[in-house]
Design a protein around this ligand. Structure first.
Ligand code: UT7
Length: 332
């Protein structure tokens, strides 16, 4: 049975850098508060008319495709993870397909928020292992800056989230022991409302009303401390599940790439596993929390910095809205 090799990764971030001090001008917050609570120093905000989720995904994809040394036409399927699609429908997968000029190939859109990239990896892995496809493009991309309110009212969310994109070329390999060793996916809808954007949704006759705009209920909502407490439990749990499944131990991990939710969450997970700094990669300081884009964006930068080498055991882990959480172990 073939396994799934991550042949190459790529990323794209909008050019507009927004520092903590830029936010301080617009809301009641401080650089110290943001750095201390989240580790974030700056993030990117998209440029209207230039960046869209599908175009940012395409930029990241082109980088991954070039690094993989394949032709765009080799791609047989697209899996697109995002919570911020260009349109309510159709999903951004078909827009990326159109942009890459790949008519006819299937496009799957994944709605698993921060766990979207690992959920997408798991989906692609099944198609590759069964021999259905040999080359799949997996993308995670988000534009979140325009759904947050850059104001006192919106500060709880606005300081954390950013825009960006990452992509991976996944290819079938028969090389023994290489590729995706496992994926483990979980969800618990009991907490769906702990991190959500309620409006506009299909539950009400009127999807958008002036009142929703006025009272801020169109903005994303997060019970931050509750999400935080669950994240620091689920991350270690799902990483341990992956290690046990593969008869591996924490000492075998060469690089852990946690979803970049909050630097304090990553550090808590690092501490829990006793991993040294060279075994954990974080770039939330520069980009904030980019939801489904965060893992491929981190993976791509880690690879550029020579932190991911052939033969390394790479552990990916995520937790986010849904709640959803997931892990993947990859022999690079
Ligand atoms: O992507 C996956 C899903 N997301 C996450 O995993 C995020 C998980 N949660 C978190 O990262 C943290 O809960 C936050 C960073 C969102 C918040 O940090 P916290 O340490 O949990 O702070 P808090 O929400 O308990 O708020 C502490 C105080 C409050 O004031 P009082 O009630 O103590 O007077 C807030 O009003 O900080 C206040 N506050 C702020 N102050 C300055 C909230 N946001 C801000 C802000 N600047 N931006």
């Amino acid at each position: 049975m073939p396994s799934t090799l991550i042949s190459a990764v790529g990323h794209y971030v909008p050019e507009n850098v927004v520092t903590n001090n830029d936010l301080v001008q617009k809301m009641d917050t401080t650089d110290e508060w943001i750095v201390q609570r989240t580790g974030i120093k700056e993030r990117r905000f998209f440029t209207e008319g230039k960046d869209t989720v599908s175009l940012m995904g395409a930029n990241a994809a082109r980088m991954a495709i070039e690094r993989a040394g394949i032709n765009v036409s080799d791609i047989e399927m697209i899996v697109f993870a995002t919570l911020s699609p260009d349109y309510n429908f159709p999903g951004s997968g078909v827009l990326l397909q159109r942009e890459l000029d790949l008519p006819g190939i299937p496009c799957i859109d994944v709605r698993a928020q921060c766990s979207g990239f690992i959920y997408g990896l798991s989906i692609a892995d099944q198609y590759i292992k069964t021999g259905a496809y040999k080359t799949i493009l997996l993308v995670g991309a988000e534009i979140q800056s325009n759904v947050m309110e850059i104001s006192d009212r919106g500060r709880g969310m606005a300081v954390i989230f950013g825009d960006g994109a990452g992509a991976a070329v996944l290819q079938a390999t028969n090389e023994e022991g290489r590729g995706v060793l496992s994926t483990h996916l979980h969800a618990d809808g009991a907490y769906a409302e702990k991190l959500m954007t309620e409006h506009p949704g299909s539950r009400r006759k009127e999807r958008i009303t002036p009142a929703m705009i006025e009272d801020g209920s169109m903005l994303p909502y997060m019970d931050g401390p509750f999400v935080f407490k669950n994240a620091v439990v689920r991350f270690p749990e799902v990483i341990n599940e992956a290690l046990t499944h593969n008869n591996l131990t924490k000492e075998d991990i060469d690089l852990l790439i946690p979803h970049q939710a909050n630097l304090r969450i990553s550090q808590a997970v690092q501490e829990r596993f006793g991993l040294s700094d060279d075994k954990v990669f974080n770039n939330i300081q520069k980009y904030g929390n980019t939801t489904a884009a965060s893992i491929p964006l981190a993976l791509s930068e880690a690879w550029e910095q020579g932190r991911v080498k052939q033969g390394n055991l790479v552990c990916l882990a995520a937790f986010g809205a849904g709640f959803t959480w997931a892990s993947a172990l990859v022999r690079w």
